[in-house]
Design a protein around this ligand. Structure first.
Ligand SMILES: *Cc1c(COP(=O)(O)O)cnc(C)c1O
Length: 465
């Protein structure tokens, strides 16, 4: 057997990691000097590191381990599928049972006439597929000039060239020559940071109407689609005001453009329904899926496509696909994961047990001196940190400084909670119990208190002018 070197001392593992492993979304020089934490095992909602520390995973990996760690059924299914048929493609007039069964299952779970699945190995690839799908759809209908996709600033749709172009992350667009042509970004519905003197309701409407203004300005005959996450995840768990989504749906109905819901985080129970689109009340033509589809146990994603789009695409050749589209092992694992979600009624657990209790505790965080707002939908939540709650002021320090101090305190207290700028976010496994939630809040409160002391001592509790 090949050697998995987790028997080595932590410092040696960290040195090898620094020497040879380039981490995603990291300053690798600095990380290498500091040393990355080595995660060796996981069970339920807890990770174990190479020093034996038990860490409560408030992020479910990267928003993906919905059923929690250590599910033997998923390992067994993977091993069985590897023995039976480890790989075969579906390019050239062949198919296989895992891809058939998974596509059928997803079509049954998805609302409306979202009945067709194009598989990818993750969310970025699936969103690249979506760019090609919607442009090919309109070209096939004799409207090749309908190629612009409207997206939102601070959206996250992946990290390939296409999906990062759809995304609206300024730091990503600053590197590597993106966005690609014909992607247009409107503003996000982030009332806390950008709402000024308007009410959340007014602001939600105004931000939704930017879609209509963009369509009018660019021309309906030029716009192919609008893409959005039902709840922005990596952008900081931004929950739109209640007025936003109905207005977006009205605009999408009025104009002849396709609506793509990026459900990579929101899908498979995260918001308390199978899909985030159901939670916010929209009817997309295409959904992007990944992450919770397999609870992260195998890399798989895809696009769920409505009848009309699938029919038009199917009328000719679609010159697109990935070696690992519908990979049999990943598909078998995803299918078993969906069985677990369904048979154990994990979404019922979210709706009736975990999310209501988490919401109660989460919203109490606004009593903390650092916390301005607390937002939560199902099992994804955020708090905004501020030096002045009344005015929703930003900190005078470089954005992210305060968030990073808080995050480091959480990490030291064995809690994974991420920061996005000066917001803190969680997205825990859906199987979280009330006892897990109590333990999580002991660690959150301790971390926030320590961070507050540190921020005061360093003179950082100051407002930007
Ligand atoms: C993570 C994510 C993606 C990208 O998925 P990968 O599997 O990392 O390629 C796309 N969209 C959203 C909303 C995501 O959160």
């Amino acid at each position: 057997m090949s050697t998995i070197t987790n028997h080595m001392p932590t410092a040696e593992l960290q040195a090898l990691d620094a020497a040879h492993h380039m981490h995603p979304f990291s300053a690798n020089g600095e990380l290498g000097r500091k040393g990355a934490r080595v995660i060796t095992r996981a069970k339920g909602v807890y990770l174990t590191d190479s020093e034996g520390e038990e860490i409560l995973d408030g992020m479910a990996g990267l928003w993906c381990v919905n059923v929690g760690y250590g599910r033997d059924e998923l390992a067994d299914v993977a091993a069985r599928q590897m023995r039976e048929l480890p790989y075969y493609n579906t390019f050239f007039q062949t198919t296989h049972v895992p891809a058939i069964a998974l596509a059928d299952k997803i079509a049954n779970l998805a609302p409306g006439d979202l009945n067709h699945v194009f598989f990818a190995a993750g969310g970025s690839e699936a969103n690249d597929t979506n760019i090609r799908l919607v442009r090919t759809y309109w070209a096939t209908k004799g409207k090749p000039e309908k190629s612009i996709i409207i997206s939102r600033k601070n959206a996250y749709h992946g990290s390939s060239i296409g999906s990062a172009s759809l995304g609206g992350m300024a730091a990503m667009h600053a590197q590597g020559g993106i966005p690609i042509p014909d992607i247009h970004h409107i503003n996000q519905p982030n009332w806390w940071a950008e709402g000024g003197d308007t009410t959340p309701e007014e602001f939600g409407l105004a931000r939704a109407r930017e879609l209509e203004e963009a369509i009018e300005e660019l021309g309906e005959d030029r716009v192919a689609a609008f893409i959005a996450e039902p709840v922005q995840g990596a952008g900081g768990v931004i929950v739109a005001p209640d007025t936003y989504w109905p207005e977006i749906q009205r605009i999408c109905d009025k104009y002849d453009i396709l609506l793509i819901a990026d459900e990579v985080i929101c899908g498979f129970g995260r918001t308390g329904n199978w899909f985030g689109s159901q939670t916010v009340g929209i009817k997309p033509h295409i959904m992007t899926i990944a992450k919770g589809l397999s609870s992260g146990y195998a890399p798989i994603g895809g696009s769920i496509v409505c009848d009309e789009v699938a029919e038009v695409i199917g009328s000719g050749d679609f010159n697109h696909g990935y070696t690992y589209s519908g990979h049999p092992v990943a598909a078998a694992v995803a299918l078993e994961n969906l069985r677990i979600l369904e048979e154990e009624d994990i979404i019922g657990h979210v709706q009736n047990v975990a999310a209501p209790y988490l919401k109660e505790k989460w919203e109490e965080l606004v009593d903390h001196p650092l916390v301005g707002e607390a937002r939560i939908v199902g099992m994804m939540a955020s708090i905004a940190l501020t030096p002045n709650k009344a005015t929703r002021a930003k900190f005078a320090s470089e954005p992210g400084t305060i968030g990073n101090i808080c995050r480091d305190r959480c990490f030291a207290n064995n809690l994974i909670m991420r920061h996005v700028g000066d917001r803190l976010i969680i997205s825990p496994p859906l199987i979280l119990t009330p006892a897990d939630i109590d333990e999580m809040f002991v660690r959150i409160r301790r971390s926030l208190d320590e961070a507050h002391t540190e921020i005061l001592e360093k003179g950082l509790m100051r407002e930007a002018s």
